[in-house]
Design a protein around this ligand. Sequence first.
Ligand code: DQQ
Length: 575
Amino acid sequence: MDMAKFLPVLLFLFSLCVAVQASHKVYTEFQSLHSEKTSQSIETLNLIQRTGYHFQPPKNWINDPNGPMYYNGLYHLFYQYNPKGAVWGNIVWAHSVSKDLINWEPLEPAIYPTDHFDINGCWSGSATILPGNKPVILYTGIDPENRQVQNYAIPKNYSDPYLREWVKPKDNPIVDPDRSVNASAFRDPTTAWYGKDGLWRIVVGSKRNHRGIAYLYRSRDFVHWVKAKRPLHSKDKTGMWECPDFFPVPLNGKNGVDTSFDGPDIKYVLKVSIDLTRYEYYTVGQYHQGIDRYVPDNTSVDGWSGLRYDYGNFYASKTFFDVDKNRRILWGWANESDTAKHDVAKGWAGIQTIPRELWLDSSGKQLIQWPIEELETLRGDKIQIKNHKLKMGEQIEIKGITAIQADVDVTFLLPSSLDSAEQFDPRWVNAQDVCALKGIKVEGGVGPFGLFTLASENLKEYTPVFFRIFKAPQKHVVLMCSDARSSSVRSGLYKPSFAGFVDVDLTDRKLSLRSLIDHSVVESFGAGGKTCITSRVYPTFTSLNDAHLFAFNYGKESITIESLNAWSMKRPQIN
Ligand code: DQQ
């Protein structure tokens, strides 16, 4: 489909959708909602739906991860937070610290409205560690005229290991929207990188008409910033670019490099959070330092049909370089798919996904994401299945673990011939539409096979995460779905059939799936992290033991579980 041609229609449809899709809701004003009566008691809702090992504060609304960094032995996570309620509003930078990215200690909010340059809000931004090991935060402030300006904040006391207090110098704002910039669409400064010419650079997200823009600014002293004549990158018909992220990735291996790294054998990644769809798109490309322009490779589609970090409920993400373990780590926000009224009744909304290590695939064409290794410290009781053949229509229960709070990693072995795979229709450009069309119920050749997560015993409620394999003229097409349509008998929830295609070589006949299941979230990683999908789901269980986990195969061909490892997950100390 030619997206450009249909853009006006899409924009209109989308404007209708934001009103009804809980996961993609955009609040421009503070929402003062009263809680409603719910069919389940608040205690039950919290017991069943509040996550066990994902990052959440004890109560209230959270959204974007902000300024993640590693400093003197501690990881810092700041995040958008409403101290007064479970809906978006009154936004401050809440702050937590951790030694292992899994157990978190809460601190007082680090940045909150105090001055003319941020009196109407302290929105998203990033941290940069300046020479001499001096962290600085850049963030968007909303000024009295509701203009978006960029500010900086520095630690009050560098010797406080927790960096509890942050000072906002009086020379803020340090970047004002000039007359060519849309002052109500100018936000979310990136981590800065340093050029050979002795200048720091940042990018700020914006739009002009329907063109998404990553404006580039340069500075010698981090305080005086000058806008470059040309943006780092822009793309027509993509709308507002929120939370841009721009960083180098080595061509080989899993290690990350510092954002200012300057050396051979690297590519760059530009990620933008597209406000119109509330998904995150990225390209892999070249950064031409001399002219300060980023050019996506011709193997990387730039725009709506490009690659996404995650094909589900994942937005406003940010990476940072972990100098301690030489890796780049990705944090993302998973909004609720519940109604705002239920959020208010529960008293909380929003989680951060499990931090993911991210690196360039050996093809150089896409990223790989994988949950950080520290997560494995939470693994408890374990179940293992080896070489189990799943015949057509078969499902087996994975018993012996807490299915409501689990980590499951399975490798499926495909039949030796894929001849009976269904025919792929070249008009199917949108994976989510194919998932909605086929689901698990339409009989397939090879697939659907996968997991039924957060399932009730009788499968009245379940979230299937699965693959279907199709035949196309040159290759096989692998579809991965995380389908929330049967996740809950409750109405009024956002229950999308999230899906993405998986660019994977099937010559070894193996296809792996890992799902992190945690009460109301299922984060899934297909083919070792090539395609990721996060779903928020709300089964109406009344006790923790109501949750079950199954592996299934509803395709004509038998599929073998080559190995399946599943663990109960323990609850870390979170805030
Ligand atoms: N959330 C922040 C903005 C950002 C948006 C406000 C993305 O800075 O553009 O809470 O979710």
